[in-house]
Design a protein around this ligand. Structure first.
Ligand code: HAM
Length: 422
């Protein structure tokens, strides 16, 4: 019997983790400078939270959730996204009462969706997201978008396109909804069964259908932007003005609707335009969700955020041929010949490591030549070889691998030597 990782998941192997750590550290750094404080919520929640939060008619809730009953008979769901949990925590811990609003949160962690596996689409993926809860200022919409763009710029990506749209407010959506129903109803028989179900429940989601997106009625469908109320129209204009101030380029995309129910006003996605990128080009998605806090049992407080997956960010890097500058250095490899030398090596290694010098040695009793090869393979910056004469002299030749230069250094001076030279 042989075991494999579950479909749609992956092992991140030691050769790949430095890339992940690098990206994670960039994300944490950006959260710090933009002042989005990290929140860690459980990986599962009451199922109802997502039904209410993400929305009953969405693909996520209808088809993609990992839902199970625990031994106490409660229905729980592995989180498919982070916004509902962040908002739940915001309400539960009464963060709306904090003196400084908006509350700006960030998170990094695995999310779970039972999706069809393909390039860039996993069943477990790691999302980084931010949520700014408690402000309906278009400047914060621009801040959130700017943070998302900064993530990609910070890793060196260039082939990016920002799509923005306004989904308007309730009045906008009601008027648009009626127009959509009138538009699709006469020919709804030509659409997939999901779209037929969506017609009355949530016709906006028809525009987001993965099956019928080529249908000619999609192109001629009434556009939300034609139904914007004065408030939402002005709001959208201001968001665009702030983006202009920040020098962020965007494309207004009236077909951008997003796949989750909580959105209104600003919606945005960042796409990769790199030629090698697969069919799924969306790197990041987000938007405003005024009303969600109330739906989840809190006061009427507005919010906006976005999330991106590290998996897709790494795919975009690959597509653009960008290598991240990752730290994986070995400062010194200690080769030991004989039992006494080995004791000395163990002692030296410990003294190096306590000073933050990365150090390694052989643990499978290999001959000197094999140990030297290992040092080379591991990319050690320095190598020392300890044998009887070195022990006698209490000093060793330290060799810089790249240049071949050697210098004799007493054991007691090695730490200082490395601290100066590494
Ligand atoms: P979402 O569009 O469902 O939005 O997902 C956001 C991002 O997560 C996507 O753009 C993509 O990078 C990544 N993603 C989603 N599904 C997968 C998958 N199966 N495999 C790999 N990556 C995936 C949300 O989740 C919202 N909570 C975003 C948000 C936060 N809106 C407001 N605040």
């Amino acid at each position: 019997m042989s075991f494999k990782v579950p479909r749609g998941t992956q092992d991140i192997l030691p050769e790949q983790t430095p890339k992940w750590q690098k990206v994670e550290s960039i994300l944490r750094d950006l959260s710090r400078v933009y002042r989005y404080k990290e929140i860690r919520t459980p990986m599962f929640e009451q199922t109802e939270l997502f039904q209410r939060g993400v929305g009953d008619t969405t693909d996520i809730v209808q088809k993609e959730m990992y839902t199970f009953e625990d031994r106490g008979g409660r229905s729980l769901t592995l989180r498919p996204e982070g916004t509902a949990s962040a908002v739940r925590a915001y309400v539960e811990h009464k963060m709306f009462g904090a003196p400084d609003q908006p509350v700006k949160l960030s998170y990094i962690g695995p999310m779970f969706r039972y999706e069809r596996q393909q390039a860039g689409r996993y069943r477990q993926f790691v999302q980084f997201g931010v949520e700014a809860i408690g402000s309906a200022d278009p400047a914060i919409d621009a801040e959130v978008i700017s943070l998302a763009m900064d993530v990609y710029h910070s890793v060196g990506l260039k082939d990016l396109q920002l799509h923005i749209n306004s989904l308007g407010d309730k009045e906008t959506r009601d008027a648009h909804r009626t127009a959509l129903i009138n538009h699709f109803k006469p020919s709804i028989g030509e659409f997939c069964s999901d779209c037929q179900n969506r017609l009355e429940k949530n016709p906006l989601r028809i525009l987001d259908c993965k099956v019928d997106h080529e249908h000619p009625l999609m192109q001629t469908a009434p556009k939300l932007t034609d139904y914007l109320t004065e408030y939402s129209g002005t709001y959208f204009e201001k968001v665009k003005e702030y983006l202009d101030v920040l020098g962020i380029e965007y494309v207004v995309d009236p077909n951008l609707v997003r796949g989750l129910d909580y959105y209104n006003h600003t919606a945005f996605e960042i796409m990769s335009t790199a030629s090698g990128f697969g069919a799924i080009t969306t790197l990041c998605g987000g938007g405003r969700y005024n009303g969600l806090v109330e739906d989840i049992g809190g006061p009427d407080v507005p919010g906006i955020g976005f999330a991106l997956s590290i998996e897709r960010l790494l795919l975009a890097l690959e597509a653009e041929g960008i290598q991240l500058d990752v730290e994986d250095s070995l400062d010194i490899y200690v080769v030991a010949i004989g039992d006494e030398a080995k004791k000395k090596s163990v002692e030296l290694l410990s003294s190096f490591r306590t000073k933050g010098i990365s150090a390694d040695m052989d643990y499978i009793d290999r001959k000197m030549k094999a140990q030297m090869k290992s040092a080379d393979r591991l990319g050690a910056k320095y190598v020392i070889v300890i044998g009887d004469s070195e022990l006698e002299e209490a000093a060793v030749n330290i060799k810089e691998m790249q240049t071949g230069n050697q210098e004799k250094v007493p054991f007691v001076e090695l730490v200082n030597y490395l601290l100066e030279h590494k």
